[in-house]
Design a protein around this ligand. Structure first.
Ligand code: AMP
Length: 403
């Protein structure tokens, strides 16, 4: 189905045209008519399905048809990176319209707080915010949400996992009762459904809940011991084996991320790290450098596993297996974006076997096991690892630890 057949405003069609979007994706085909009809919606869809445009386009369409007064739309998202990314897409779609937007997320300078305050008081049309930062503004009393018509929760499952449920519920009390609410989530666990009942009214329901990664991702695992991982990583990253393209390495902890990045830097590789200890400005800069290829290798926590859309990631490496199988799918979905192909390699220790089984059950697919190169298979175990049942040296993440 084309966007024209979805009856979107001509100016949005021009924006889509300049972005090279030709046909609507399935989630867009299903969600856009429901949103245009003014109904509340719960949509179960992962990143990579085109879900952002599925809610932005119909809202922009409605906004081009209404007198614009105050803030009309509030989009809540779990992370700053996602807020920035949605804002970028929005700017591109809305390029030929008058609609304005501002992202509101924490960790920046005093100036940006003032700028956000101004937008919240004088009214950009669309606010894209993380719940924590928005709550900080709301508590200061100047936020005017009486004109909100559209309230969107993106990656609701992630926001609940991050402990934002109370913040979201108190934010929703600032919004008019009469509004259209849209909830997007990659999973539909019962806690999401229960939560949805408290803030949506007679919602329509769409599910594209294929918890399956794109078919064009080649997946493989190495079975290793903890002490072999770094040598294996160097082997996989060896330029004679790894193709041109960006490499994203996931570790399950901040400490692990730093250790891996330092070890690779010592080997003379151009590496950057990304985790929640970095200042917002530094995070932005790292992501920018990665996007434009100035840095080829990025080591990250799960802060980057969802929603981040960087073209040209050829290889995703799970240095540690994530505890949650959905996170595995999100991580490997960072490669093979937009119809291209990619590879995902995971390092599995004996204690990760169950994690791999969970992933395979979720995907209904077995992952190919690669033989360890001989030099690594023959590595002698350090004394301390001999009796430790492969205990990890890097700290395991604490549940809900800030990533
Ligand atoms: P999302 O699921 O919103 O994170 O989108 C994933 C990627 O698909 C983003 O790079 C979008 O720009 C792109 N995309 C979304 N909708 C379309 C479309 N209809 N045609 C081509 N690319 C799209």
């Amino acid at each position: 189905m084309t966007f024209r057949e979805l009856n979107l405003d001509e100016r949005l069609l021009d924006g889509l045209d300049s972005m090279g979007f030709e046909k609507a994706t399935p989630i867009q085909e299903q969600a856009i008519p429901i949103i245009l009809a003014g109904k509340d919606l719960i949509a179960c869809a992962q990143t990579g399905t085109g879900k952002t445009a599925a809610f932005l386009l119909p809202i922009l369409h409605q906004l081009t048809r209404q007198p614009r007064e105050g803030i009309s739309t509030l989009i809540l998202v779990p992370t700053r990176e996602l807020a920035m990314q949605i804002d970028e897409q929005l700017e591109a779609f809305a390029y030929f319209t008058e609609v304005s937007s501002i992202p509101i997320y924490g960790g920046q300078s005093k100036d940006s707080f003032e700028q956000e305050k101004k937008a919240l008081t004088t009214g950009a049309d669309i606010i894209i915010a993380t719940p924590g930062r928005l709550t900080a503004h709301l508590n200061l009393g100047y936020v005017k949400f009486q004109d909100i018509k559209y309230f969107i929760l993106d990656e609701a499952d992630r926001m609940l996992d991050m402990g934002f449920i109370n913040a979201i519920q108190s934010i929703s009390k600032f919004l008019p009762q009469k509004r259209q609410t849209l909830l997007f989530s990659a999973t539909m666990a019962s806690k999401i459904k229960k939560f949805a009942q408290t803030i949506l009214s007679e919602p329509e329901f769409i599910s594209l809940a294929v918890s399956k990664p794109a078919e064009n991702i080649l997946q493989a695992v190495y079975q290793v011991n903890e002490y072999q991982k770094l040598a294996l990583l160097e082997y996989v990253l060896n330029p004679s084996r790894s193709k041109e393209g960006l490499v994203l390495i996931f570790s399950s902890s901040k400490i692990g991320t730093k250790e891996i990045a330092h070890a690779l830097t010592r080997k003379g590789l151009e590496v950057a790290e990304m985790h929640s200890d970095l200042k917002q400005e530094d995070r932005k800069q790292v992501l920018r450098k990665f996007e434009n290829g100035q840095i080829q290798i990025l080591v990250a926590t799960d802060i980057l596993s969802r929603g981040i859309d960087v073209d040209g990631i050829q290889l995703v490496i799970n240095y540690d297996m994530p505890p949650d199988p959905e996170d595995y799918i999100h991580r490997i979905g960072r490669t093979a974006r937009a119809e291209s192909t990619g590879t995902a390699i995971s390092f599995i220790t004996r204690r990760d076997k169950q994690r791999l089984e969970k992933v395979e059950r979720l995907m209904e697919k077995k992952v190919h096991i690669l033989a360890l190169p001989k030099s690594i298979a023959d590595m002698p175990a350090p004394e301390r690892d001999k009796n430790s049942d492969n205990r990890s040296r890097t700290k395991r993440p604490v549940e809900r630890q800030k990533r």
